[in-house]
Design a protein. Structure first.
Length: 276
């Protein structure tokens, strides 16, 4: 294509499906982390491990990996690279804001207002990650932004993040968590592809770039494989943590039972022996 030409918006269906799948898997593991956060909150403390897993699963995998697989899904007539520094910043933004939202909502009794504040922070983080990630793209083209669509994508991100937090702290069983993970993935992908539609790709004269870049046709598949491995490791860690929590709870119950006063037959608790 020539400088000034507009690239039509179209997507590779297989990679779109792959981006949705990784969003579902990341959301599901984040929901499991939220179960641990709820349990630890009732126990009087929140272990940082659950926050880290929630941040990595939701922000690092469910959002960040989905974003870059989704960007590779967009059909472009030229090869695209990603500047390494900005790509790393986008990961830190996604994981950092997600982790803060999990910590803020989980550190005290769940309320609707607490969910909205956490959702606003997480949603703005998701939107920032999206546009920082796009600014990391290195290609012979630029984006011309449609401001109303950009605002709509940010609004969707905030609503999606708020819904994700509500689902994370209110699901009670595996069936609900599976359904919630699908809904969260729909919301995350909806924000991403709305953001993609907000930018018109206009070809320019190719420019040399000396910065470190990553890219290539295999990038989305490598990202998916690494993300899936990371999710399996986090799922295994959550299972171990859950077993340890149940063991501690059982020991605590046993100690309470053992320390309870023994009532002799024929006497009521609190009665004393008096003269016959």
């Amino acid at each position: 294509m020539n400088p000034g030409d507009i690239v039509p918006l179209s997507f590779h269906g297989g990679l779109v499906a792959l981006s949705f799948l990784i969003a579902v898997l990341g959301s599901y593991v984040a929901l499991l982390a939220a179960v641990g956060i709820r349990a630890e909150m009732q126990d009087g403390e929140i272990r940082i491990g659950y926050i880290i897993i929630g941040a990595l699963a939701m922000g690092g995998v469910g959002i960040w990996s989905m974003h870059f697989i989704g960007m590779q899904a967009q059909n472009l007539p030229f090869e695209v690279g990603y500047q390494l520094g900005l790509t790393a910043v986008s990961f830190l933004v996604a994981a950092g804001f997600s982790g803060w939202a999990f910590w803020y909502v989980g550190r005290d009794r769940f309320t609707f207002m607490r969910c909205l504040v956490g959702g606003l922070a997480a949603g703005l983080g998701v939107a920032a990650m999206h546009y920082v990630g796009i600014s990391a793209m290195r290609m012979p083209a630029v984006f011309m932004w449609n401001l109303p669509m950009v605002v709509l994508s940010v609004f969707i991100a905030v609503i999606a993040a708020s819904a994700a937090l509500w689902l994370a702290f209110n699901t009670q069983n595996e069936f609900q968590r599976a359904g919630a993970a699908v809904l969260m993935a729909v919301a995350v992908c909806g924000m991403h592809y709305t953001g993609a539609a907000a930018g018109t790709v206009v070809c320019i004269t190719p420019r040399d770039s000396s910065s470190m870049q990553i890219g290539g046709l295999m990038l989305p598949y490598i990202a998916f494989a690494l993300s899936a491995i990371m999710l399996l490791v986090m799922r295994w860690h959550l299972q171990r943590a859950s077993r340890r929590f149940r063991a501690r709870l059982a020991q605590r119950i046993d100690s309470i039972i053992e320390s309870a006063p023994v009532v002799e037959p024929g006497r009521t608790p609190g009665s004393t022996l008096g003269p016959g």
